[in-house]
Design a protein around this ligand. Structure first.
Ligand SMILES: *[C@@H]1O[C@H](CO)[C@@H](O)[C@H](O)[C@H]1NC(C)=O
Ligand SMILES: *[C@@H]1O[C@H](CO)[C@@H](O)[C@H](O)[C@H]1NC(C)=O
Ligand SMILES: *[C@@H]1O[C@H](CO)[C@@H](O)[C@H](O)[C@H]1NC(C)=O
Length: 238
């Protein structure tokens, strides 16, 4: 590690001494101020995005519960309407008992479809959150390496702030460090906006998915009702 550090120091010293003349003291000030501004922006952004993410996640879950319970209630309402033990009619009740398995299966198939819909909605959302976290990690890495270089320049120029600043500014300028950082900040804004789009898309897809599960469940209730009707007619003839 120490050997590596020495190599970097020597490299920086040799390298920077060859291009030092290109930056005026004013340039140094501008470059470092821009970096400081970007650092501040990125910290602000992190704080703000964290609050936004918490809010979006809470809203997303609330809406997800809302949509899910809406269709579940509809489904239950239709089942109760169709399969209730009406009129204490013993022949009808007998058929309900005989075909209890079909009745239960149609309910189970709705819950299975519902689980699939929720799983799809949540996994797409997780993928987008992962993209945001990835950019966040890159920004942290940038801040860390900036701090590392700043320390390196300080170590290389003990007590000489002007030369240390110049060293840092040269390094930033040479590797387009500042524009890389600006691109990362923009990327973070983009991935956040993508995430919100994705969350809304997920909710729309969840609604479509549950609506179609519900409509298939109505078909299945109708099919079971046909079976019950045939059973009832047979019972009545006997
Ligand atoms: C960055 O923030 C620090 C404290 O949070 C402040 O002292 C400094 O002036 C800010 N720099 C810029 C360029 O905004
Ligand atoms: C999210 O933010 C909006 C707008 O600021 C607010 O109306 C809403 O109540 C917040 N939701 C949650 C769950 O905090
Ligand atoms: C819940 O869903 C209903 C319709 O399904 C809608 O009218 C209502 O605004 C929703 N509430 C929230 C908090 O999303």
């Amino acid at each position: 590690m120490l050997a590596y550090l020495c190599c970097v120091l020597i490299f920086l010293t040799v390298h920077l001494s060859t291009i030092q003349c290109e930056l005026t003291p004013n340039d140094v000030k501008t470059v470092l101020q821009q970096c400081q501004k970007n650092l501040n922006t990125s910290h602000e952004l992190d704080k703000n995005d964290k609050l936004l993410l918490a809010n979006w996640t809470a809203e997303f879950q609330m809406k997800q519960v809302n949509i899910t319970s809406h269709y579940r209630l509809e489904m239950t309402r239709h089942r109760e309407h169709n399969f209730k033990k009406v009129n204490l009619n013993t022949k009808w009740k007998e058929c309900l008992r005989l075909h209890n398995k079909e009745i239960r299966n149609s309910k189970r198939s709705y819950f299975e479809r519902e689980a699939e819909c929720l799983k799809a909605a949540n996994s797409a959302d997780r993928d987008r959150t992962r993209a945001v976290k990835q950019v966040e990690k890159e920004i942290k890495k940038w801040r860390k390496s900036y701090k590392y270089l700043s320390n390196l320049c300080d170590v290389d120029n003990p007590g000489d702030k002007e030369t240390a600043d110049r060293c840092l500014a040269e390094y930033v300028r040479r590797d387009n460090y500042d524009s890389t950082f600006e691109r990362l900040i923009l990327l973070k804004l983009e991935t956040m906006s993508d995430l919100l789009d994705q969350m809304n898309r997920c909710l729309n897809e969840l609604e479509d998915c549950l609506r179609s599960s519900f409509s298939d469940n109505l078909q299945s209730i109708r099919a079971v009702m046909n079976i019950l009707g045939q059973c009832y007619n047979r019972n009545r003839e006997n």
